[in-house]
Design a protein around this ligand. Sequence first.
Ligand code: IFM
Length: 715
Amino acid sequence: MWKITENIFDPQKQHHKETIFTIGNGYLCTRGALEEGYPGESRATFLHGVFDDAPIVVTELANAPDWLALQILLDGEKFSLACGTILDFQRELDLQTGVLTRRVRWQSPSGKIATLVFERFASLTDEHLLALRCQVTPEFEGEIEFRAALNAHVDNQGLLHWTFVEQGRKNGTTAYLRTRTRKSGIDLALAMRLLASDSPQPDYWDAELVPTLKQVVRARAGETVTLTKFVGVAASRDTDDPLAMALERAAKPVSWESAFEAQKQAWAEEWRRCEVSIEGDEEAEIAVRFSLFQLLIAAPRHDHRVSIGAKTLSGFGYRGHAFWDTEIFMLPFFTYTAPHIARNLLDYRYLTLSAARDKARQAGYQGAWFAWESAANGEEVTPTWVPDFHDRKKLARVWTGDLAIHISADVAYGAYQYWQATGDDEWFIAHGAELVLDAAQFFASRAEWLEERGCYGYRDVIGPDEYHDHVDNNAYTNLLAKWNLETARATLDWLEQNAPVKARELNRTLDLTPERLAKWRDVAEKICLNIHSNGLIEQFDGFFALKDVNLAEYEPRTKSMHEIFGIEAANDYQAIKQPDVLMAQYLLGDAYDEDAIRANYEYYNPRTDHTYGSSLGPAIQAIIACRMGNVESAYEHFIRAARADLRDVRGNAGDGIHAASTGGIWQAIVFGFGGLRLYPDRRWEVHPRLPRHWKKLTFRFILRGEQHTVSVGQN
Ligand code: IFM
């Protein structure tokens, strides 16, 4: 199963479908809006790194000028699904090639019938190239008119980011447009070149911000006429002369067929590294492939100055900001299937180290405290106030930017895991070690000795479970901080043995005095862990004393428990957005035996807001349930994650893909159902736990440069 399909045009579901039918190539993504345009659509193309200032959210990816724009007139009547009659409609995203196709048989208001086939893709071989083809087969004899444009009349839900620089025509069949972001001053150039089945020169319309080429073709009944639009795109982030680059890329392809052939081969290569197949469960198989496709189209292959945002490049949600979602949920997929991409993502964090140090210093700490929401340069861009969901006219305070300290350990975890998986010593010495060490430095300086408890703790934090803020000793935070401090010690020892010059350099630049290193050890050994005698880990100080909840009593519901209780009152209940303790147990794997995992799973699972809480949790819970041998529950969690976007179960897929969930889905397949266990000496084992209806699960991973394929059946 490789195709995501749609057979009915439903304008009410436009935003959801635009997200689902997003295409991209790791440089940019374009939502699945329709070429001819409709009222209320959420049409957008986002390019990695093209941020511009915005009120409240600080900075956001600027919705780039629209390259899809194409109007078609059939003997003077404008093709639009909003009028006439739709005789047949089908859309299909081919995950194997990254091509989105729409087939429509349409009757105009005056009765003229034609079949229109639209295809588009973002080239994977040349990431500055986009391709769109429209084939029209009229059932009448007459004129088919194509109006192809580049349209800079675009906005970010009302906010304008582009100023006009220049536009024009070149070589008869090409038009171009240059714009600049208003505040960040990024130049963007687009060039479109038309190829038509009949080849008279197109007319050029010089409408400001919408350069348009008009191509008229005469057609007989049953004869297909074709228009191909190649668009080159480049920004001043890529080159000193974006226009020259855009023109050059648009001019390159010989034909649709040749560009498509290259595309097919490039995607086949991508899938060869990471393909997953599940015999016996078509829904699961397509959902996994869809998830991987979404990650692959958002993955920067040639740019190490960007990360992947929580909504990839597929929607306005979270404005392109990157969270811990990248390192903890998405990164493992790349680390184990495309290490070159994982390295780019981690380099991005390395480049934001100085902003992370500033953040720590401004708060009175040492080391690196990474931004909870990170964008162009790693400064904290979490909005401090957002509209309250109870009353949109009021504002609610967002605390994550001030209190979420676990992000530093998450980044360190991703870096260390990458190193362990790849054996990329060169990168670890040059960049990775510093991420681990400076995050540890932060945790050592942020820890407080709690005299009454006789342990070190972190007061006034927020853990992954955002239903509870301003808590002390969040289990996830403390456990990951401990891991970070211990791993940093081991990193230093390793550097001293294997890269003594670098060890000396980092000792000096990070000021790793013997007193500081002694504090690392002391905090790691004496951190408050809230482990009760029955093996239960308390999520934070006082959690078990909060009012207990039976979430079943609130069913059926269509809202999160946060909305039901209210932002403040949710702090008084044991209902959680995502299970911090289980998350930590998963990441720290070997430290917990089955009994410890079971005790915590049985406590926290029923208190987790599975349906409307965090989309990050379900896939990880699936892995934990697999470890306990509870495959039925594992499948329930997994399929919840798998449906999040495809079925829009949370009702917010229109804002963009739940990217962390897509990465979690891969982890659930490989580390959950596949039961892959990795050991430091390159050894690996599988302990599969397949749902009863799965006949065979196959997946691939790369460990220390070697690719392995695992196929497991019921026996
Ligand atoms: O990072 C997550 C967080 O854990 C829960 N709220 C949404 C964020 C972005 O996905």
